[in-house]
Design a protein around this ligand. Structure first.
Ligand SMILES: C[S@@+](CC[C@H](N)C(=O)[O-])C[C@H]1O[C@@H](n2cnc3c(N)ncnc32)[C@H](O)[C@@H]1O
Length: 188
């Protein structure tokens, strides 16, 4: 029986679970096929206590999970051996081209950082891989560089919507927008 990602998220204490934002149903829906794959690399910007990277490492035991955070001093959740942590500012993070199957931005949520993730991180996504942004409500908040018309990141995302819709653009295979969650899949 497939382990419910949401149950794991509750167990590890990430706010991605149904006790918080409720994203894990969507992650399970779109990413469960990766559990059968070898050589998968998942990177998450924003580690905090380490709850979510521990969850990814457990749910995807054959994957390599990389957690990136500007400050790793809050990490307290024990992590499986397939989880590696890097202390770095995502704004200057350089990932090799086509090196990551799933990149999740759960970092600062600042509009300038989310905008940078949408542009700078795309080349690092492997064909068929995913670029995922969480907590989109921040893009409507002044403290994150947004407003009630959205933010520069909202405008950047709108360009991705066009790319997903236009037949002449063959770079984006799928784009899913759920409450506070944007998931963009690169063409295989
Ligand atoms: C919402 S928490 C991450 C929660 C975690 N992903 C989870 O689900 O359990 C956000 C994290 O982003 C980190 N962060 C903020 N700005 C950052 C930056 N510029 N680069 C990397 N990490 C950053 C913070 O230090 C904080 O630990």
């Amino acid at each position: 029986m497939t382990e419910s990602l949401d149950d794991l998220g509750v167990q590890f204490g990430t706010d991605k679970s149904s006790r918080g934002h409720g994203y894990l149903v969507r992650y399970h829906q779109h990413l469960a096929y990766l559990r059968e794959c070898e050589g998968v690399v998942v990177a998450e910007i924003g580690v905090w206590t380490g709850a979510s990277v521990a969850m990814w490492g457990h749910w995807l035991p054959r994957a390599e999970v990389i957690g990136v955070d500007i400050d790793l001093s809050r990490v307290s959740v024990p992590r499986p051996i397939n989880v590696r942590l890097i202390e770095a500012d995502a704004a200057t993070l350089e990932l090799p081209a086509r090196s990551v199957d799933v990149l999740i931005d759960d970092g600062s949520h600042q509009a300038k950082h989310v905008t940078a993730t949408l542009s700078r991180m795309w080349p690092a996504i492997r064909p068929g891989g995913w670029l995922i942004i969480e907590d989109w409500a921040c893009q409507w908040e002044a403290g994150y560089g947004g407003n009630t018309h959205g933010s520069p990141a909202t405008k950047a995302l709108h360009r991705w919507v066009d790319q997903a819709l236009l037949p002449q653009c063959d770079d984006v295979a799928e784009l899913h927008c759920y409450e506070e969650l944007a998931m963009i899949r690169k063409a295989p």
